[in-house]
Design a protein around this ligand. Sequence first.
Ligand SMILES: [Ca+2]
Ligand SMILES: [Ca+2]
Ligand SMILES: [Ca+2]
Ligand SMILES: [Ca+2]
Length: 215
Amino acid sequence: MHRVFQWTVTLLLAVAPQGASAATLISEVFYDAVGSDNGLSFVELYGAPGSSLDGMFLEGINGSNGAAGPTIALSGVFPADGIWLLADDVGDGTSSVAGAHLIANFDFQNGPDSIVLRTADAVLDAVGYGIFAVGEIFAGEGTAAADTPAGSSLARLFANVDTNDNAMDFIVLGVPTPGSAPLNAVPEPQTAALLGVGLIGLAWSGRTRTALRAH
Ligand SMILES: [Ca+2]
Ligand SMILES: [Ca+2]
Ligand SMILES: [Ca+2]
Ligand SMILES: [Ca+2]
């Protein structure tokens, strides 16, 4: 039984999706501060430390008609911890968000809407949030994440884990965390752990049945 279990775990680790990666991901978005959003909204990204953001854009996609904008051209490099921060300009070149790597003027809409991270010709990551009615345009991944109440942000559970399903990957944070984020180790533990627990459960129930039969 133990050897079978060990083989099972080895197999699982071998086939588990490598969800935690050096891919560039949207790790947190804060688009609705209490009251005015000016100077308070931000988008946090996760990427390989030292890699460049040149050529990347963050873009809003309007849920009601699919129109693009605002579009922000990104620049700079990911810092040593991999967490990079874009913050909204109050109007004088500064932001009320501390620690921003880039300050630009933008205000992503409340949902249903999407925010897309892309290059000139490819989408790198995207998050759609809110309830999309028939005919509305969802430009996120999988199923939409929740729309946040004012003052809360939408944050990736682990900044480096992407299942390509926004509802699975993002949670609402009552206290936004611009510039910091939890990371998960490789291989992606969520899927592996869940699969593992399922199979361990099967293994144990099989063992229990065998033991019961033996008595
Ligand atoms: Ca607001
Ligand atoms: Ca602004
Ligand atoms: Ca993704
Ligand atoms: Ca964060």
